[in-house]
Each structure stands twice: as C-alpha cells, then as structure tokens.
Design a protein around this ligand. Structure first.
Ligand SMILES: Cc1ncc(COP(=O)(O)O)c(C=O)c1O
Length: 395
C-alpha cells in the first residue's frame, strides 16, 4: 500500500462521493509522461493510462501548451457561435480517418449515444434494431449500456432503451441470423478491451461490413479504446481491413481533457440535421485545442513504430509467464495487452505491481490488462516484464 495514502482522505471520499468506483489504495497528485506521483513523491510507472485515456502520457508539453494558450483566450462559449478550434480538430479527424464530418461530444458513452441516433435517423422508419457484440463495451448511459453486451452491467437497470441483438465475436453465422432489413447499425470493436483485450474474429468484422452493404445498415466501429495509435496504426480498423461508416473516438482524443467524437463517412455526413443532437460542452475550444495537440502527437509514425516495438517486448514478457506455467494465456496488439491466470489472482498481481511501483488493472479475477501511455520508455517496459514473474512468484 502507498505509505502516503492518508486515511482522512479515504474517509472524506467515503462521506462525500458516491461509491461507484473501487479505488486502488494510492492517491495521485502529479503526472509526467508515463509516470504518476503520490503526495510523498513516490513515482509509479503508469501501465493503465486512464484506461487508454492518456495515450500521449501525462501533461504532455504540447498538450499543456495548447491548453494554457486556449484557457487564457477562450475556454468555452456555445455551439450557437462559430469557434475555430473545433473546426480545426474536425478537419484533422476527417483528413486522418474516414473523411466525412464530425460530431463532437464529451465522452465515449456520449459518442455511442450520438452514433445510435445517427443510425436511427439514417435508417428511418422500420429500422428499429441494432446489432452489437456480446462482451463488448460501449459505455454506461442507457443507450450505450443497451449496446454493451455484458449482462452483469445491465441487469440492475432493465428495461434498457434500444432493441439490441447481441451476437458472438467469433461466429459470423450468428451475425447472419441477427442482421435483417430492420437493422440500422452493427456496432463492433476491433479488440474488446473491457473484457480483457479479446480480439474480434477477422471474419466477423468482414462479415459485418458485407452485411451492412447488403441490408443498408451502418457499420459503427468503436475505437474509443483501440484508436489513436494504441495498437500501432492510428486506427485498429484500418489494419483489420474494415471501413467504418461511423467511427467512435473519445478517451485519448483530448490528451486528458474530456471529449468524444463521432466521425460519419462522406455518404452519411449530413444525416443529423439542425436540432437533432447537441451538448452544451461539446466542441469547447479548450477540449478541441487539447485534442488537436494530442492527435498531432499520436499520429507521429515514429511513435507508432515505438508502440509496435514496445508492444512486442511487453507481449514477449507476458508470454514468458505462460511459458513458465505462471499464466495460462497472453495476448495483445501494440500497447494493448493482457495476461490470464488460471487462479483468481489478478487482483493480487495488480496489488503486487503497485507495491513495486507499477500501476496496472485487472479486468476480471483472472485477467490483468496493460495499457501504458504510448510514450513509455523501453527501459520501463523491460522493467515491467522483469518484475512480473517476481510479483507473481511472491503470491
Ligand atoms: C470501447 C469503449 N467504448 C466506450 C467506452 C465508454 O467511454 P466513457 O467512459 O468515456 O463513457 C469505453 C470506456 O472504457 C470503451 O472502452
């Protein structure tokens, strides 16, 4: 446990904050690159990056500079007026992803809501179904939760809002069964992060694309966790060979500042009409200035090469745990990796890593996930792979 964790802080939190999060026993007060620091100045190597929110690392100088300049000029006004930073970020996203046009929002769940409305508006009357993948995760608001194919997260909140049919991430035949003329959209991730970095079968992704063509539905690709160079390329879907009609981004898009985006391909870019959707905070100059700075950092081919190279080193280290009989499976792409244990020790592994100065996260009792900032050093990745067997061995 972090020696600096003040019990008074824990008590204040328990008194004032709703108990929706299970927190790790550490208080963080400062971040720099791949490092986070507690109040006593102890340094942790961040291997979770706010669940892929901090791909640029903490307080990246270019993001800080953009935020400081924009904060001193205009933080936010209203979507009733023109402001340039949102236009500049939309142009960047259009030019670097799938063309078309962008709707900004404030989070991943809001991106799912916007994509749902876009699909419903596009489909028109009679297209009242969407298809999504079991075990997928798209957020926790009601629409997004309805898409999220994880019954444990849904159960307490039924009835949910949409008619969503969930199908397997491995079996294209289930997609064939579920998709019909009533389908407005198929929502997919390329790799399901929240369930423990599970790749969706390439044939399911390809069949989803084909079925969308056949029935006139939209292929919505949620790259909120996989996107912006997390797996190596700017978009995981480009490597998977599928062209989204609608792309969802959030998390690392703002370099740490809340922002989400839905990019709609050219043919459907004007589907949402004036008054159809909006948000007070969306496209704030502050978030968009931070976002443009973050995107420019994340699109650097040298950084993307590092992601591939360091991801391979990390995955080798996780595979070594399997080879030594400590773990049972490892998988990953770029710097999005996970390792499975036969016994329910993943929480203990995370606690053990914390003791030796590494922050990671377990997606279940059996699986530890690693999503470090993409600016992590080779030295820190190697050190992580060195301490992991020791931490596991000490359990
Ligand atoms: C793939 C994916 N979609 C959507 C979301 C929801 O994003 P947010 O927490 O910003 O609402 C997440 C969050 O973990 C995610 O990983």
């Amino acid at each position: 446990m972090s020696e600096a964790l003040d019990p008074r802080l824990v008590a204040r939190e328990a008194d004032a904050v709703m108990p929706t999060y299970r927190r790790m026993p550490v208080e963080l007060v400062r971040g720099e690159g791949a490092y986070l620091f507690d109040p006593a100045g102890r340094r942790y190597v961040d291997c979770i990056a706010g669940i892929s929110m901090a791909n640029v690392g903490h307080c990246h100088p270019e993001v800080v500079e953009a935020i400081q300049a924009q904060a001193a000029t205009l933080i936010n006004t209203s979507n009733l007026f023109y402001t340039e930073p949102g236009i500049a970020l939309a142009e960047w996203l259009r030019d670097h992803t799938i063309g078309g046009k962008v709707f900004f929002c404030n989070s991943g769940a809001e991106a799912a809501e916007a994509a749902l409305k876009l699909a419903r508006r596009h489909g028109g009357e009679g297209r009242d179904e969407v298809v999504a993948l079991r075990d997928g995760f798209h957020g926790r608001t009601f629409g997004a939760l309805s898409l999220t194919g994880q019954p444990d997260k849904q159960e307490a909140f039924r009835p949910l809002v949409s008619t969503v049919r969930h199908v397997s991430r491995d079996d294209p035949a289930e997609l064939d069964e579920a998709v019909s003329e009533r389908t407005s959209a198929i929502f997919v991730e390329v790799i399901q992060g929240e369930i423990g970095v599970q790749p969706v079968a390439p044939e399911v992704l390809i069949r989803a694309r084909e079925l969308c063509e056949r029935v006139g539905a939209l292929l919505v690709v949620d790259e909120i966790q996989t996107g912006l160079s997390r797996t190596g390329p700017l978009l995981a879907s480009s490597e998977a060979g599928i062209r989204p009609d609608v792309l969802m981004l959030a998390k690392s898009l703002g370099g740490g500042v809340p922002i989400g985006a839905v990019v709609a391909a050219p043919a459907i870019a004007d589907t949402l009409r004036p008054g159809d959707h909006g948000s007070t905070f969306a496209a704030s100059p502050l978030a968009c200035a931070a976002g443009l700075a973050a995107c420019r950092v994340l699109a650097d081919p040298a950084l993307q090469d590092d992601v591939r190279r360091l991801g391979a080193i990390l995955l080798d280290g996780l595979q070594a745990l399997v080879d030594q009989g400590i773990a049972v499976d490892s998988r990953g792409r770029g710097l999005m990796c996970a390792v499975d244990f036969a016994e329910p020790i993943a929480g203990d592994v995370v606690s053990g890593l914390l003791e030796v100065g590494f922050l990671a996260n377990n997606t279940s009792a059996h699986t530890v996930r690693f999503l470090p900032p993409l600016v992590i050093s080779e030295e820190d990745v190697r050190e992580l792979t060195r301490v992991l067997p020791e931490v596991c061995g000490a359990l």
